[in-house]
Design a protein around this ligand. Structure first.
Ligand code: USQ
Length: 406
């Protein structure tokens, strides 16, 4: 297949590009390199040293003889460039990762909220219009999030995207209806993924676009089979309070002897998936495209659920790290249950990688290797969800952790 990967320079985008290229597909990266600019804005860097995208592509070619295309296009802003590129190259599939993906970053200020909404919704809509306009019939695979559902299963398993409900007609007779599972986003970032769902529903129904939406959980891990092959193919790895995700953050914290930053009581249950499984799932989704006229195909792309406190305890036991219960900068349930269906990927052959000491220590080893690159002041998560929360918490003068001020 000829595949365009929008956002192919990012944390999941880059390993996906390599995985698909390794499978023999012709892969083109379309990216505006915004994630690298955000590093500059925030004054942090990936734990792992990253080469330029051109250099990464060159190394991959030297190793494998497979070429990767790189096209500097801002999908949210350069509509004409995107449409013309699609018309000229006619990819069989387009994978859409080109969105701002951090919840804390999306909640930092009014400017960050606006940026996240404008960037993410424009990127998605530009792509949908461009696919419609060019008529190239490419399968669109989008990286969505488990967060569109909110984080409570009300005692029943969260289905894969759709819910069968009954509603009474005017005669009082029960009628069946299939609806998108109600969205309950917990941040501006998650809200943009909920808006994406509506846009996908419309374009699948109105223009027959073939769309798969992957509702992914929190990614952990750092390597895939391909990124491991050469030091310069290494993936980016975020540990800071805005972009680092919980399990990877705890592993880094353990490696540098920093107390594990559990928000609140740690009763939040979330869905998780290893990076290697993410790229496998995307390849499986590509092989199982919906037909024109089908509803949007939705997969829950996660393999297990855990409570934040259980993860902290597990890592503490493994490494001896101290646990710090810090005031939660987010507005979220103190505790929640979460049961999730993921039958479709399992039925299509996914054999999940689950949390195991060996794999966890692999991340700790990466952290130890690059510990000299960590700025400890960037570890606390300081982006508060509301002004009230911001007034109640602050970082201590050494930037070590959040503390309550009232
Ligand atoms: N948390 C801590 N301590 C920390 C960091 C986070 O206790 O140091 C807690 C948070 O309060 C939250 C949970 O851990 O309850 C998860 O936070 P996270 O930063 O790991 O994940 P989240 O903000 O939800 O976002 C991440 C990705 C996003 C993806 C989402 C999947 O950044 O792109 O869509 O995970 S999901 O969470 O299933 O919606």
């Amino acid at each position: 297949m000829k595949i365009a990967v929008l956002g192919g320079d990012g944390f999941v985008g880059w390993p996906t590009v390599l995985h698909l290229s390794d499978q023999g597909h012709e892969v083109h990266i379309i990216d505006n390199l915004s994630r690298r600019w955000i590093d500059t804005e925030l004054g942090v860097q990936s734990l792992t040293p990253m080469d330029s995208i051109q250099e990464r592509c060159r190394i991959w070619y030297e190793l494998t003889g497979r070429r990767l295309g790189f096209h500097l296009i801002d999908v949210a802003k350069d509509y004409d460039l995107l449409r013309n590129w699609l018309a000229e190259h006619k990819p069989d599939a387009v994978i859409h990762f080109a969105e701002q993906r951090a919840a804390p970053y999306s909640m930092k200020s009014d400017r960050h909220k606006n940026y996240t909404v404008n960037n993410n919704t424009s990127a998605t809509h530009n792509l949908l219009v461009a696919l419609t306009e060019t008529g190239i019939d490419a399968h669109l695979v989008h990286l969505g999030t488990m967060g569109v559902y909110g984080y409570s299963s009300v005692g029943a398993a969260i289905p894969e995207g759709y819910l069968d409900i009954e509603i009474e007609d005017l005669q009082g007779e029960k009628k069946g209806l299939e609806v998108l599972y109600p969205t309950k986003p917990g941040s501006v970032y998650h809200m943009t993924k909920s808006l994406d769902q509506i846009m996908f529903q419309f374009y699948a129904q109105n223009d027959g676009l073939r769309i798969t939406d992957l509702h992914q959980g929190i990614v952990w891990g750092t390597h895939t089979e391909q990124t491991r092959r050469h030091e310069q193919l290494i993936n980016r790895f975020d540990y800071d309070g805005d972009y680092g995700t919980v399990l990877n953050r705890f592993l880094i914290q353990a490696a540098i002897d920093y107390p594990l930053t559990v928000h609140g009581t740690g009763g939040q249950t979330r869905a998780f998936i290893h990076l290697q499984d993410c790229v496998r799932c995307i390849a499986i989704a590509l092989e199982n495209a919906p037909k024109a006229g089908d509803r949007v195909k939705i997969f829950n792309q996660m393999t297990e659920t855990h409570r934040v406190i259980d993860l902290a305890n597990m890592i503490s036991k493994m490494t001896g790290a101290e646990i710090a219960f810090v005031p939660n900068p987010r507005k979220e349930a103190v505790e929640n249950d979460l049961i999730v269906k993921n039958d479709q990927f399992l039925a299509l052959g996914l054999d999940p990688i689950t949390l195991a000491d060996g794999l966890l220590s692999e991340v700790v080893d990466v952290a130890k290797k690059y510990a000299h690159r960590i700025d400890r002041k960037r570890v606390p998560a300081t982006s508060a969800w509301t002004k009230d929360i911001a007034a109640r918490v602050e970082t201590d003068p050494e930037g070590k952790r959040l503390k309550s001020v009232s």
